[in-house]
Each structure stands twice: as structure tokens, then as C-alpha cells.
Design a protein. Sequence first.
Length: 126
Amino acid sequence: MNRSSWLLRGLKFALLAVLFVAAIGFITMSLWNWLVPDLFRGPEISFPQTLGLLLLSRILFGGFHKGARAEAWSRRRKMMREKMESRMASLSPEEQEKFRQKMRATCSGPAWMRRAAPDEAQKVSL
């Protein structure tokens, strides 16, 4: 591609980014000025204040490293999977099936929907 097409794409991206930030800022400012003064007796805010509030909330609550956080969770998940696979490999097939049945009985769905484990079902029926 030639240089002018890359420049044009960059300008389009920058324009869309500015429009997106402006739209989000306007929507946030409108919602704030509609709700906060009536509900909490708070002040109305201007557009620059709204952008500052959005930036502050992003810094305080969102951070700027979503990719790194997702990567860390992915690594932990992979380590836990490998650890469980190595433990399961050391069990006999009968022990593996017994473990799977116990996990299905105790860890599948919400507590009120779980099936009772075979030992517990016998206790309940007595």
C-alpha cells in the first residue's frame, strides 16, 4: 500500500476515536445531569468535567492493562489444568471415575440444584 492510503486510514481511525469519545462523553454528561441533581442533590457537570470523570473512573476502576490481566488468568488456568491432569494420571481408572462422580455431585450448578452424593442420598432416605 502506498503512504497516502495509510495516512487516510490513520485519519479515519483518529476521527472515529474522537467521535466515539465525544459520544460517550455526551451520553455520560446527559445521564449525570438528568439523574444526579434530582436524586442526590449533586451538581450538574460540563463536558470537560465529564471526560475527566470518565478518565478518572478508568484509572481507578479499570486500569490500562486488561491484556496483561487476561494473560495472567490464562496462565493460572493452564497451570491448574496441568496440575489436575497430573493428579488424575496418578489415579487408577476406578478412582478417576469415583472422583468425577463426586465432582459432578458437589460442583455442578447452584447448591439447590445439585444432586446429592450417593452416600448423602442414603443418609437422607434413612
